[in-house]
Structures are given as C-alpha cells and as structure tokens.
Design a protein around this ligand. Sequence first.
Ligand code: SF4
Length: 388
Amino acid sequence: MQSGNTNAMPTDRRRLSALRDAVVRQLIPWFQANARVLPWRETPRDPYHVWISEVMLQQTRVETVVDYYQRFMARFPTVAALAAAPQQVVLKAWEGLGYYSRARNLQAAARAMVAQHGGRLPAAPAVLAALPGLGPYTTAAIASFAFGLPLAVLDGNVMRVLSRLVAFTGDIATGPARRTLQALADALLPATAPGPANEAWMELGALVCTPRAPRCTACPLRPLCRAAQAGNPETYPVRSRKMDIPHKVVGAAVILNRHNEIMIAQRHPEKGMLAGLWEFPGGKLQPGETMEQCIARELYEEMRLRLEVGPRLTIVEHAYTHFTISLHAHFARILSGRPRHVDCAGHAWVHLPDMDTYPFSGADLKIIAALRALPGGQPRFRDYFSQQ
Ligand code: SF4
C-alpha cells in the first residue's frame, strides 16, 4: 500500500507507464464497447451540449438529468437562446434539479459568451475558466470532450477509480490529496484521445468501479489494480468523516384569501441560496417559540403582515447540501397589513393551478404537492377560517 504522503506521485515510474498503456489498450476500448447511450453523447461533441450536460450532472444522477437535459435543450437550443431568456424561465426549467446557482451561472456565462465570444463557447481553457460557474472540472470536461484538448478531469468517480488502482491512502477531502490525484490523472491522459480517456474513467467509475461492491471481474484494469489484488477496494478512497449535517426546523405560511388564492413570495434574485425562486414565506423556528408564533413573526419581519396562523397542512423533510430541514407548512390568513417587501423581492396571489408558471425549490414543490392532494384538489379558505 502506498503511504499517505500526498505530495508524491502515488505510484512508481514503471507502473505509471503500464497504466498509461492500459488506458489506451484496455480502458478506451472498454468504454467504446460499453458506454451508455446518452442524449449528450452524439458525435462530434457539441461544446454547448457538453457544457449544459456536465453542469446538470454535477451532484445529480444521470437518470434524473436525461429528461431535464432534453427539455432544457428544446427550450434553449443555443447559447443565444439561453442568454436571451428571462431568468425566471431558466429557473423554471431547472426547477427540482437543486443547486440553483448552477442555473443562474449558466445564464450569466451564456450572456458573457454572447457579449464577448460571438455566442460560442471559447476553446481556450483559461478563457473558459474565467466564465461564471466554470470550475476546473467543467473546464476540463468541455476542453477535452468538445475541443480535444489534453486536460484531465477529476470528479468523484475518477478519484475513486484512481485511488483504488494505486491504493492511495491520502484523504481525498483534502487539497493536497486531490492535487496528487489530479497529477496522476494528468500523467495518465493520452494526448491522442483525451476526451475518450476522460469519459472512460468516469464511465468505469459509474458502471463498474462503484462505491459499493465494485465489479472487479468485469474491469478492464483489474490486472493492474492494487486494491483488487489486496481484496479491499471498498476501503478506497480514504475520506475523513463528514461533519454532522445540521438540521433546521422551519415554518412556512400558506396564506389564503377569500378567493382561495395563495400568496407566494419571491426571494431576492441576487442574494443567498435559492435566489430568485418563489416560496411559501416563513423562516427558522427560534428557541421557545411555537410554530404558529414562528410563522407569524417571520411574516411580520419579511412583509409587515399580521397573520392568523391556522392548521398545519404538512411537514416536509428536505435535504440541502449542508443541512436538512423539517418544513412545517401552516395555512394562514392576513389579519392586517398589506404585503411589503422588507426581506423579499416581491409577492403574488395565485390559484393553485397557476403555480406551475413560477419556479420553486424542491421543498416548496412538496408543499404544492400536498395542496394538490387535498380533497377537491385545492385549498378553500372557508375550510380553515371563519368568513368574518
Ligand atoms: S479492479 Fe475493481 S477496484 Fe480496481 S479499478 Fe477495477 S473495479 Fe475498481
């Protein structure tokens, strides 16, 4: 087993040469025979298609992405179409995919491409990397898949496969270990086929060298794999334990009026997570508060409204990257005040069917689903509040 010294190349020169050879002779042919048919994998690879698919695939499963990708491409077939669309339309197309800053960055980058690069993705990696939202991974993916440039990608799949191949014990949660694996990926990249080699590593990680129960007997690299030889592939990659993810309890108001319209609020378009999305307004439960008090306080702070908070509609459990929430949605009605946008960007009164035209986060979509599951398919003011 290699030491955890993360500064050195984690294998010797002779094995490096054998691995390089295996990438060309075994790994790429394996990929060509086994690659999944995916809508963004047409040949030759279109830079715009590569970019959109790679951004969608970050933190998201391939099966989920396929539908979103096809709808997104039908709606925004070119960089210019994406740049020209209203932000709300782009967010609506992204609704439910999560990590909404990806959608906002896509559009900001598309607008920069129109303004500075003739509506195309620039081929030069340094120019690509300067665009909003394009980190080293996305830059390397576009540069190699679409432009054939020799940049090695390093995502979670590639880190896992490389760690197992050379039995790398560096902690991949740390910068030095990642730099070591990046250096190994760079050293193994064939200049003649950087795109297919990159895709082959990723596909091997997705289909064969999986986090649990890797299928080593089906792996084209098995004869060279240190972890398979030692019989312990699942001990790699080494990753320090994640911090406990905090949990928050949050209240949200489903405010009804006598016309059975529901009030929704828009988050600031440029501020914080879920920026620009619509929501059922509310906020975090403070110590000592009841949920009703929490919702009433939040709505006064955000919109200067005084509410009667009524029965609970549902409790939604939802996970974000760095925390999880229990979201308690209660019906409410306005006792006094007109909505003011103290800590939100706007509001709208909408009937339930019309909610489809507004972009919401995944947690709020679950509230909408609970509303649709009510008897009659929508909420009625008179069922929760007196008419006086
Ligand atoms: S032999 Fe097994 S552990 Fe090694 S790279 Fe292949 S699938 Fe992964």
